[in-house]
Design a binder for this molecule. Sequence first.
Ligand SMILES: [Zn+2]
Ligand SMILES: [Zn+2]
Ligand SMILES: [Zn+2]
Length: 278
Amino acid sequence: MSKITLLGTGACEGIPAPFCECELCCHTRLHGGKDLRRRFGVLIDDETMIDFGPDAVESLRAVGADETKIRRILVTHSHVDHFEPLDLVWRNAYSACGSLTFFSGKEVRERFDDCIKHISPPGTDTKINWHRNIPGKSVSDGDWNILPVQAAHCLPDECAFLYLVETPEKRRVLIFSDTGNPPEATWETLKNQHADALVIEMSFGIHEPWCHEEEYHLGAKAALKMIARLKEINALKPDALCVTTHVSHCSNTRHAELEAYYKNTELQAGYDGFTAEF
Ligand SMILES: [Zn+2]
Ligand SMILES: [Zn+2]
Ligand SMILES: [Zn+2]
C-alpha cells in the first residue's frame, strides 16, 4: 500500500482568508477545527509532494513530515498558492540535502529563477533537477512514474497540469488540482489507467448555481460528475479512494456541510492532515 496526506486543502487565500469578514472566515476564526485550511499541498509516501505553496514547509511539519526527506516535487502551475519559491532557495545555504527532482511547466521555472537571482549569488547550486513536463508523456524517476496531463486552468497563458502518480508499490493516484472540465486529450490519455485514488479540487462549494461550475474550477456537483466520467473510462477503479481539496472561502461551505453533502457518495470531504492508505 501507499499513503496519501493532504497537507493543505484551501484555495488561494486559505481559510480564514486574511482580513476577510465573510461568514465562513469569521466562523473559522472562532471555532477552528477542520474548517482551518492551508494552501494546497499533497504528500505521497513521505517523499513526493504535489505543489510547493506558501504554507508548504509549515504544513509538512504540522503532519510530522520532514522537508529534508522530500525527493521530488510535482508542480501543477505557477499560481502563487501552488508555487512559492522562497523556501527552496535555502536548500543551498545551509543544508547537505540530497538532490530534488522538480516536475513543472516553464512558467514555474521562470518564477524560481527570478526569485533566486534576488537572493543568492549567481551560479548558486540548489541541487534541483528540473524536468519540463510534456502533457501526456510519462516519465520515470527512480521507482516512481509520473504522467502529467493538461488541466482546464490558466488558459491560454500557461499549460497547467494534473498528474497521475504511480508509487514504487505500483499504486496509482490521480491529482486533480486546479481545473475545470479538462480538454479531450486529457480524457483520452487517462482512459484505462485504473487509478486507486483521486484527490479532486472542489473550490466552489455546495450552493446553487456554483455547485455546477466546471469551467476553471469545480463545484461540489461538478466534482461528482467528473468522478462518474473517470470511472466510466476506467481512469479510476470502481472502489477508488476519492477525496476533495482546494476549498475556497467564497464557497461559504463549512467542512461539516461538505461532509453531509457527500454522505452516501463515493467522495469524501478532505481536510488538512487527512491521511489514508490506498
Ligand atoms: Zn489554486
Ligand atoms: Zn472569507
Ligand atoms: Zn490556480
